[in-house]
Design a protein around this ligand. Structure first.
Ligand code: NAD
Length: 432
């Protein structure tokens, strides 16, 4: 099939690369001309395992192309995937759909033959209805169909998630369109992924409800971990015991510094905004957002406590700053709250992240990127393990830290408490 992907970010580039790998002709479009020129040279703008190889392979094979000419790309394609960003509006919980509207108005201008227009971006329920109305103001309804096909991939595991998803959700009540999309996804559903055809509004809501539910699971276990610390119970034991119940499931029950990233924070807020619009109370999701917003304060208090109330002039090694491993995405990473708070209270921070230096911290005088774990740890009084990149899993802190007295605060519980204590290391985890 001939596909046009509009918005070549995390979702757009992964979708484009994977669809082309499945044998489709794909043109990825972006209004960031620099990004497109780089992609044409084989330079990948994001860190995502396996993506570079997949892009280069399919680009060489001629199935995957990059363009900043939307008119051309639309003319060449039958199916248009909108993958632009839908962040929150500034100082508001509502989703900012300006990128979507801009693209849809361009599509409206350029379409001459029938196109399936798909929102892969996460959009609030009823957005598809609004887009349909917008296009039909200028073009006949016979020329297009607006479909919702939310994306569930996770950064860091995006290619596997795209190729082997738990489910593909297609929101349309037009059987002809559904059949075309069923064919498009057949190579994936053949391998066992479920295909769900539902209403457009349901598809839109499935995405938000799923993200809010997963975010709630994370906040829930984080709060239980607070209780564990008070009563001397290991949160890992609780997570295992809970997860063995198949009604609950073991995933997303790992206590940590709180959820971040480009989706959960903004999507939980946006669904609250939708609820408000329809005069509905989503009190559980409201609590989830509140709990996650407070998380950094709890962790900061704990840091102060383990440093005996004084972090001023203390040297802190901060290992990992992204919101999760295997991505360079800093959007709403818990580190963005923690590091400035530590800095404000006088700490001197050396951070290392395998995905490199981050512009987010340039403005802080005593927050510096170092390009080796050893350099971060060398003179530290406290090592904070913030993101569980694999390269942090087997470190010999007794060798890395040159001071006699130092503390480790493992915010992901990747180290064994028992082993660290046996080695006389002052070690703290989350909820244990
Ligand atoms: P992103 O910011 O990485 O990428 C968006 C891209 O769209 C950018 O490259 C931007 O330049 C481009 N763009 C913006 N306006 C454009 C226009 N008018 N024409 C052409 N290109 C334009 O965003 P993302 O993380 O890929 O997310 C995209 C959508 O997918 C969001 O709605 C998000 O909620 C959703 N989503 C994201 C993830 C994820 O893990 N990142 C997972 C599932 C769903």
């Amino acid at each position: 099939m001939k596909l046009c992907i509009i918005g070549t970010g995390y979702v757009g580039l992964v979708s484009g690369a994977c669809f082309s790998d499945l044998g489709n002709n794909v043109i990825c479009v972006d209004n960031n001309v620099n990004k497109i020129q780089n992609l044409q040279k084989g330079i990948i703008p994001i860190y995502e395992p396996g993506l570079e190889e997949l892009v280069q392979k399919n680009y060489k094979a001629g199935r995957l192309n990059f363009s900043s000419n939307l008119k051309y790309a639309i003319n060449q394609s039958n199916i248009l995937f909108i993958c632009v960003g839908t962040p929150n509006k500034k100082k508001s919980y509502s989703a900012d759909l300006s990128q979507i509207y801009k693209v849809v108005k361009q599509i409206r201008k350029y379409i001459k033959k029938f196109k399936i227009i798909i929102t892969k971006s996460t959009v609030p329920v009823t957005t598809g209805d609004i887009l349909e109305k917008l296009i039909s103001q200028k073009k006949s309804k016979k020329l297009f169909e607006v479909v919702s096909n939310p994306e569930f991939l996770r950064e860091g595991e995006a290619i596997r998630d795209f190729m082997f998803p738990d489910r593909i959700v297609i929101g349309t009540d037009k059987s002809r369109v559904n059949n075309i999309l069923k064919n498009l996804y057949e190579p994936i559903t053949k391998r066992g992924s479920k295909y769900l055809n539902t209403s457009r509004r349901a598809a839109e809501l499935i995405k938000y409800s799923s993200n809010a539910f997963l975010a709630t699971k994370i906040s829930y276990i984080n709060e239980i971990s607070n209780l564990c610390e008070k009563v001397g119970v290991n949160i890992e034991d609780v997570s295992i015991g809970m997860g063995l119940d198949q009604r609950i499931g073991s995933r997303f029950l790992r206590a940590g510094p709180g959820y971040g990233g480009s989706c959960f924070p903004k999507d939980t807020r946006a669904i609250l905004n939708t609820a408000k619009k329809f005069n509905i109370s989503l009190s559980i999701i409201k609590s989830t957002v509140l709990s996650n917003n407070q998380r950094h304060k709890i962790l900061f208090d704990k840091i102060c406590k383990i440093m005996n109330g004084n972090i001023s002039k203390k040297k802190i090694a901060f290992l990992g700053v992204t919101f999760k491993p295997n991505t360079d995405d800093m959007r709403e990473s818990p580190a963005l709250k923690l590091i400035p708070k530590l800095h404000k209270n006088g700490a001197i921070i050396s951070y290392y992240d395998p995905s490199g230096m981050k512009n987010n911290f340039v403005k802080y005088k005593n927050v510096n990127f170092v390009n080796k774990i050893s350099l971060a740890c060398k003179n530290s009084d406290l090592v904070i393990l913030h993101t569980e990149w694999n390269e942090f899993r087997n470190l010999n802190f007794k060798k890395l830290v040159k001071k006699n007295k130092f503390v480790i605060y493992d915010m992901r519980n990747i180290y064994s408490h028992k082993k660290k204590v046996n080695r006389n290391i002052n070690y703290y985890g989350i909820g244990r």
